[in-house]
Design a protein around this ligand. Sequence first.
Ligand SMILES: N[C@@H](CCC(=O)N[C@@H](CS)C(=O)NCC(=O)O)C(=O)O
Length: 222
Amino acid sequence: MALVKVHGPPMSTAVSRVLACLLEKDVQFQLINVDMAKGQHKSPEYLKIQPFGQVPAFQDEDITLFESRAICRYVSEKYMDKGNKGLFGSSNPLAKASIEQWLEAESQNFNPPSSTLVFQLAFAPMMKLKQDPGAIKLNEEKLKKVLDVYERRLGESRFLAGDEFTLADLSHLPNGQYLVSRTDRGELLTSRKNVGRWWNEISSRDSWKKVVEMQNVKPAKA
Ligand SMILES: N[C@@H](CCC(=O)N[C@@H](CS)C(=O)NCC(=O)O)C(=O)O
């Protein structure tokens, strides 16, 4: 059987979310580099598999998907019996709804302020772009409020959706990692008692450690 294909660099938060899921599920994959610096993600060929010109794009035989969280849901369902079997819950509708709820919270509440902070504090300086202090302040305040909710939730359960590590937790790893390791605002996560405990636990999973290793490998010069 052909390996599933992930198109995009592991440095991308959306790509790394999919890689973490594939590693959790123990699904072998082929990583295909997309040279974003050269605009390869906007090429007519690439737009056939990702019409918005973004990474990742994902292929499983004749199925082509984009949107990292949708890809993670698909991988978890399709490879239900492989790797971490509880990653996307069981057939219990309430357990599933709880995972969905926190997956949505990640994408709607956590991702907007955390990805803005990561961009402003880590990527803008790297790309020699001007930082926007107003956006930094506003999004730091927004993220604090979101994490206050997480702090209460994680005071009552080990992981976001219950006692088990699920896609809901996994989905926070990409932005969380950059916030903690590449900005000076990591304390937003690590200084909160319950969020800090949760962060240490989810970010030390073998699957995520492998993704971080992949991110730290410099791409070979063409
Ligand atoms: N919601 C999408 C976001 C994809 C996305 O924004 N990818 C970024 C890299 S993390 C990208 O391709 N940026 C280049 C662009 O938008 O032109 C997902 O989760 O897959």
